[in-house]
Design a protein around this ligand. Structure first.
Ligand SMILES: [Zn+2]
Ligand SMILES: [Zn+2]
Length: 261
């Protein structure tokens, strides 16, 4: 029955019930990722206390922060399921057939586009008239892996609307959109983990990747480091934390060259 609805949602002419089942399936998938990623970081953090980014700050508000997860997860699931449904119903751009080149190419393009979307939406949320919608997220000065969904519905909508809009702009095969959403959920939680487990030269100049320190410094300082996956928007716009590169280097395993900027 559920599978029938899901298969019907993938064909033009599907109904509201088919969309509702798709939405429920997306929510279930997001909850699984939340639990799996959250437990992974809980174990990793307990095993490596020396990797804590903000050494003197403790965040014991896990359950208060998680109280906002249902609204956040419902909103992002609605946006994502809406994007998939719009493409499957033929309302959006016809996607490229999935192939060895169309998949990686559209996925890379979409990750780059989302990084730009996230950076500018985040800058907008820090604009004084808009900050009221983002202030809740910033009550976590030292974030934990559970802080990812500590946000208002307005903030979740502005960020996640991307996954609905993109199918009207980019002919991305839906499978790649699923891969990106899984990546987005895991990387969002990694950014809030509070512990730097993946420090690497790839996460500092001249390389563009952002590590956990990147978003942790955003929470710790209220400014700097507005992007998501890459640091180049912040480098271009002059909003990179002045100690970002050096802090990443300080977490790298000993023996590697620790160049600071
Ligand atoms: Zn912010
Ligand atoms: Zn955050």
């Amino acid at each position: 029955m559920i599978l029938e609805n899901l298969l019907r949602a993938m064909q033009p002419g599907a109904g509201l019930m088919d969309f509702a089942v798709l939405l429920a399936a997306v929510i279930a998938g997001i909850l699984l990722i939340l639990l799996g990623t959250g437990l992974f970081f809980e174990v990793m953090n307990a095993r490596h206390p020396e990797r804590k980014v903000q050494k003197n700050r403790i965040n014991a508000r896990k359950w208060q922060e998680l109280a906002y997860a249902p609204g956040s997860i419902f909103t992002l699931s609605l946006c994502f399921a809406g994007g998939l449904f719009a493409q499957w119903q033929g309302w959006a751009l016809a996607p490229l057939p999935l192939s060895w080149w169309s998949g990686p190419l559209t996925l890379a393009a979409s990750i780059l586009l989302y990084d730009a979307w996230f950076y500018w939406v985040h800058r907008l949320l820090h604009w004084r008239p808009m900050f009221r919608f983002h202030a809740l997220h910033h009550t976590s000065i030292s974030p934990t892996v559970w802080t990812n969904h500590h946000e208002t519905i307005v903030e979740a909508s502005l960020n996640q609307l991307y996954f609905f809009v993109i199918v009207f702009v980019l002919p991305i095969p839906w499978q790649m959109l699923v891969v990106q959403k899984v990546y987005d959920q895991i990387s969002g939680m990694l950014g809030h983990a509070g512990y730097e487990h993946f420090a690497s030269p790839l996460a500092r100049a001249p390389w563009p990747l952002a590590s956990t320190v990147f978003h942790d410094q955003h929470h710790g300082s209220f400014r700097f480091n507005y992007a998501h996956t890459f640091s180049f928007w912040d480098r271009w716009m002059g909003t990179l934390h002045p100690r970002y590169d050096a802090t990443v280097a300080s977490f790298e395993p000993k023996g590697e060259p620790a160049k600071s900027s």
